[in-house]
Design a binder for this molecule. Structure first.
Ligand code: 5CA
Length: 447
């Protein structure tokens, strides 16, 4: 992508309304613009990151055996009356009336709608288990939307719903999502810790929040330090196999959010291993049994011919919140430092002297060769000053910068900078090409 064609409205000043670094950087780097309180447009740069995160979430859901679909944002109030949540949800639900005076709502979550879909589509225990998900915008009229996309009113969520015949089978579905979430966040460069959590308006009694530790996180959390560095399930994890080991290994160590915190239990952890910190909730999984299936009469006939209510769970990932969470984990005083798998582009190519024939030639050739290898390049072909180009590249935080100008070319070299550690190398164009291509491929293979 040529920067001259792209749309990258960077800001020099930090907007005063942005209180945390991720919000500041997302505005400054031209990733999002606020439309109304807690409602954002995703500009091209932010949109690319959002889509990469979404794709990783999708791949790991598919790996775990969940099946993708898409439900609408607007739902009928009647469904929510069936479950009893229409009144209970209160002011957080955005209620809408259509031209026929029918009561509708902008979905804050989808337990009712998916239960309705499954009850009309399954008959027998042989139709189970099923695990379905979608990635769709949600709306919650939060009292205090804040921190940009971290606590928005409109936000993108991945929500999965599991349907099983028995509580034992339902727990297996829960373990699948538990393991899939560890992999999902790790692929984005995030260490997540599952913590026992309150179930709130979703319900049930088994629930874990997946927390990324960060000083600016909204949740206060307490856990055993060993959980932070624990190895992540590998890519060849057998999701049809027994995953209880992965679950037990983590849940045997203390970890709880402040609502579930038990000081006495926490104090049993040796003092050197006690971690009390702040964190960002990037995912939340629930097992709530027959709460919705009973209220909405969603049942199947068992092997004995008798009907039984389906055992259900739901599993959410905050896709748009993750964009902010990753910036909280990866930035410095100059801007973002994207991990390769979620970077909006892999490489920023800077032309130091537009109009200079040799510089143009080398830039264009390298740009085309990299793109042909699947390396995503943002090519700064504008006539801005060098200092401005460097500042913008640091701000938007692409993993590698390649800087090409007449002075270096006289000696047959161009500069490659690693945004993560700041290391710079002067290399001939061919060597720079090989080095960057290799580094990007390796970083993507780790998945
Ligand atoms: N139905 C269940 C699971 S599918 C559910 O709605 N769970 S939730 O309420 O915990 O939301 C799932 C995830 O969405 C949260 O873990 C969080 O990462 C994200 N999320 C929730 N509220 C917001 C918000 N206001 N802004 C951004 N992300 C949010």
């Amino acid at each position: 992508m040529r920067l001259s064609k792209f749309f990258l409205p960077v800001l020099k000043e930090t907007p005063s309304e942005a209180k945390i670094i991720s919000h500041q950087l997302m505005l400054r780097a031209g990733m999002v613009r606020q439309g109304a309180a807690g409602i954002y447009s995703w500009l091209p740069l932010g949109h690319r990151v959002l889509r990469k995160i979404e794709q990783i979430v999708r791949e790991e859901q598919n790996r775990a055996g969940a099946v993708e679909m898409l439900m609408p944002t607007i739902q009928s109030a009647d469904l929510w009356r069936e479950s009893g949540r229409y009144e209970a949800y209160g002011k957080e639900m955005l209620r809408i009336t259509d031209r026929h005076d029918r009561e509708m709502l902008f979905g804050p979550t989808n337990e009712e709608l998916i239960t309705e879909i499954v009850r009309s589509g399954v008959r027998s225990y042989k139709d189970l288990p099923k695990m379905l998900y979608h990635i769709q915008w949600k709306f919650r009229d939060e009292i205090r939307p804040r921190f940009g996309v971290m606590r928005g009113r409109e936000f993108l969520m991945k929500d999965t719903y599991s349907f099983d015949l028995t509580p034992d089978e339902a727990r297996k579905s829960y373990y699948k999502m538990f393991a899939a979430y560890l992999r999902t966040f790790a692929r984005m460069g995030l260490r997540s810790v599952p913590m026992r959590a309150e179930t709130g308006p979703i319900g049930g009694d088994l629930s874990h929040e997946f927390i990324v530790l960060a000083d600016t996180g909204e949740s206060e959390v307490f856990c055993h330090k060993g959980l932070v560095d624990m190895a992540v399930p590998s890519a060849n994890t057998d999701f049809d196999g027994d995953l209880v080991g992965i679950f037990n290994e983590r849940t045997s160590l203390y970890a709880a959010t402040d609502e579930m915190h038990d000081e006495t239990e926490f104090n049993k952890v040796p003092e050197a291993n006690r971690l009390s910190a702040r964190g960002i909730e990037v995912g939340h999984i629930f097992y709530f049994g027959t709460k919705y299936s009973e209220a909405m009469k969603c049942s199947v006939n068992g092997p004995d011919g008798k009907p039984s209510f389906i055992e259900m769970g739901s599993y959410g990932v905050g896709v748009s919140r993750l964009v902010g969470a990753i910036i909280e984990a990866y930035h410095d005083e100059n801007g973002c430092k994207w991990p390769v798998p979620v970077a909006p582009f892999h490489v920023g190519l800077i032309n130091l002297k537009t109009g200079d024939a040799e510089t143009e030639r080398v830039c264009t050739e390298l740009y085309q060769k990299l793109e042909a290898q699947g390396v995503e390049v943002l090519y700064d072909d504008t006539s801005a000053r060098a200092g401005e180009k460097f500042a913008t590249m640091d701000l938007i935080g692409l993993p590698y910068q390649i800087v090409i100008g007449p002075r270096g070319l006289k000696n047959g070299v161009i500069e490659v900078k690693n945004r993560n550690d700041g290391a710079k190398d002067e290399l001939p164009p061919d060597a720079a090409f090989a080095y960057v291509t290799d580094a990007i491929k390796k970083a993507l293979e780790l998945a």
